[in-house]
Design a protein around this ligand. Structure first.
Ligand code: TRP
Length: 336
């Protein structure tokens, strides 16, 4: 029997190179080996976008196009829309009793995200508890493995705690998940300082046009002390070289560029031009496939609909077992 993978993304915007390096690449590679479910987490997206349901709705298809364009194969993997599985909300409700508010407040990823979203004292309760909802996603699909970036590790830790607690209290029906980290789990943004993220305006999207990629690379941060081409430049922490390492198929060529950059005599303009070519080689086929799928939204919706139905059967089966373990099945019959 194949093991099961669950992963997902919030549909709040198109996916970028950081998503690719941190997770998409891994998913595409693993989809034949594992029974793979990919969740478009629109309910989770609403935890910090309650005022923008239109944005969330619009981006469901955008994310689906990105998935298909990078090679998630809908005949092998199952793409599921979270909001169409009310069983996940039900499971979240039961799991909320198995975690304390202070434990949720200690989750380092949540702490970071609260700070950076500027919620101050007005953290939506749904946002604070989204790790519990994510636990329901993972446990609902009976996932053995969750391929994630390292900032998601605290989520998996919480999921394991909740699953343990459930199995100990009621009955051992839930599967303990484990994280599958990719070898490069976070990609720095074009600013060279923060993780690539749409909200920080430092992202190159999988759907960016060739012209936009040129502009973004031209504006990229490099080594601020590398003012003239003949000066030696720094390669460590320089996002241009980080992207070359991540996307160039010709590592000896990258090593050669690094050597020449460090020795002095290689200008930023030349290296950036090389990077543009490398990114174009990577993005151009993705862009082409994306356009093909985007030309037929009805067909992509049909794929999502089919995937969601298959996913729902799996989660409904988990919920039957959960309700039985919690003595919530046949309540009326048992009461008399
Ligand atoms: N929290 C994840 C993110 O922001 C998205 C997500 C939702 C997810 N449910 C999941 C990831 C289940 C893995 C498993 O990227």
């Amino acid at each position: 029997m194949k093991q099961t993978i669950l992963t997902g993304d919030r549909p709040t915007g198109p996916l970028h190179l950081g998503h690719y390096v941190g997770s998409l690449k891994n998913r595409v590679a693993l989809q034949h080996e594992y029974d793979t479910y990919v969740l478009i987490a629109d309910v989770q997206a609403l935890t910090d976008n309650a005022e923008h349901p239109d944005k969330v709705r619009r981006n469901i298809l955008e994310v689906a196009y990105d998935y298909l364009a990078v090679g998630i194969d809908p005949t092998v993997a199952t793409i599921v829309v979270q909001s169409m599985l009310p069983e996940l909300a039900e499971l979240t409700m039961y799991f909320l009793n198995l975690v304390s508010v202070s434990r949720l407040q200690r989750n380092p990823t949540i702490k970071d995200e609260i700070r950076y979203r500027g919620f101050d004292d007005a953290v939506p309760a749904g946002f604070l508890v989204y790790p519990v909802s994510q636990t329901a996603d993972i446990a609902g699909f009976m996932a053995d493995c969750v391929p994630v970036g390292d900032e998601q590790l605290p989520m998996i830790e919480q999921a394991i705690e909740i699953v343990h607690r459930f199995n100990r209290l009621y009955a051992p029906v839930l599967v303990e998940p484990k994280a599958l980290l990719s070898n490069m789990s976070r990609l720095v943004g074009t600013d060279g300082h923060h993780k690539m993220s749409k909200s920080l305006n430092n992202a190159i999207f999988l759907s960016d046009s060739a012209d936009v990629v040129v502009q973004k690379v031209r504006a990229m941060y490099t080594d601020p002390d590398h003012i003239r081409a003949d000066q030696p430049g720094k390669v460590e922490g320089n996002p241009v070289f980080i992207y070359l390492d991540a996307f160039c198929q010709d590592q000896p060529a990258v090593d050669d560029l690094k050597r020449r950059y460090q020795a002095g005599g290689l200008g930023d303009v030349v290296v950036k031009k090389y990077l543009v070519d490398v990114l174009e080689t990577f993005l151009q086929p993705i862009r082409e496939r994306r356009a093909q799928f985007a030309a037929d939204p009805a067909e992509v919706m049909r794929l999502l609909h089919d995937g969601t139905e298959r996913g729902r059967m799996r989660v409904a089966d988990t919920l039957n077992r959960v309700r039985h373990a919690m003595q919530l099945d046949y309540v009326f019959r048992n009461a008399v």
